[in-house]
Design a protein around this ligand. Sequence first.
Ligand SMILES: Cc1cc2nc3c(=O)[nH]c(=O)nc-3n(C[C@H](O)[C@H](O)[C@H](O)COP(=O)(O)OP(=O)(O)OC[C@H]3O[C@@H](n4cnc5c(N)ncnc54)[C@H](O)[C@@H]3O)c2cc1C
Length: 379
Amino acid sequence: MITQKYIVVGAGLFGATVAEKLSHQAPVLIIDRRPHLAGNVYSHFDEATGIEVHDYGSHIFHTESDEVWDYITQFTDFNNYTHTVNTRYQGELYPMPINLDTINKLYGQDMDTEGAERFVAKEAKADSEKEGITDPQNFEEKGISLVGRKLYEAFLKGYTEKQWNTKATNLSADILKRIPVRFSHDNRYFITAKHQGIPVEGYTKIVENMLSSENIETRLSTSFKDIEAEIPEDAMVIYCGPVDELLDYELGVLPYRSLRFETEVVENSEQKEAVINEADPDVPYTRTHNFKYYQIHRPEVVNQSTSILMREYPADFSKGAEPYYPVNTEESEKLYQEYVKLAKEKYPNLILGGRLGAYKYWDMDVAIKNALELVERIK
Ligand SMILES: Cc1cc2nc3c(=O)[nH]c(=O)nc-3n(C[C@H](O)[C@H](O)[C@H](O)COP(=O)(O)OP(=O)(O)OC[C@H]3O[C@@H](n4cnc5c(N)ncnc54)[C@H](O)[C@@H]3O)c2cc1C
């Protein structure tokens, strides 16, 4: 029997934040159809090596928001990990996003900021003229017009085509809004993050701590449809799942990209960093993760000879597959809005939330911020 006033569907960071905040006012039931807490930030510690494996791909917490940082640090401490990424292209590693060192290494030069800026602008202009690009119509033309063909082919084309499983000429020019280059040596991946790190006891523990109140009941391996009939009429449901599935795909399937992960235990791996992007078109995966390098607060874990590597393969999405990245186009946004309308009619006491309910890609901090704002509105 369900007696709680609030029912949160989905125990990811969004649902956990909503449940935690609402539990100060009233009893909350939180459910998840997965057998574990934490949604896509779920991780486990490998018994043999003590390495924290991020089961749904590498997660680095980063935020510009003091509000989010103050909130999340009530439930965990973070280490001082600062994320950097190299891209592997034709057997060499280059800093990513493209910076001064990337440009100098690719062209075998030693330019300073002004020199590199002039050089890239000249390359971009010359290549655009050669290829007759005046008003870029697709991702490829936009990339060439911003950085020239050589940088584009090395760092933008292969990676992007693998991610989307289509030619760059079929992708929108809008994906590249501005020049994806830093003309400095700064190789921090999250350059604007005021706070970043990896939770010292792992991601799952954060959510366990958030849901530890006596006012919160948690049910795992339980889907919304399992409990729908029991929900009291005056209860409020915060639903963090896909809206098309909620409405039995009545209007069609919302498009997503999916992923497939492959893990391998390796001795003396050559990869000495947490993430390498794979730019070569003939390498079928986009990223290789070496998880132990996130554990900088545990030198015994980092310094051991064993690594757990994870290769991330982009995958097509179909109904029933894991939805990772929404494909946000005008058409899909229209379909999503029609679903929102239908959901309001069919479920007047249900609020859509989380990255799935909102049909948006959100970083963890954005999910938490939006959850905090939703609770304020509910109150
Ligand atoms: C590969 C990858 C890497 C990422 N890396 C980063 C990163 O480095 N840094 C960062 O800040 N963010 C990162 N993110 C984003 C991060 O994963 C999300 O911000 C976060 O997971 C959003 O939380 P959520 O609660 O909205 O969604 P989720 O974590 O997806 O939680 C939703 C939960 O709802 C459950 N659910 C859905 N439907 C139902 C139903 N009908 N009944 C019961 N349960 C249901 C699901 O099982 C799931 O557990 C990454 C995302 C991906 C895909």
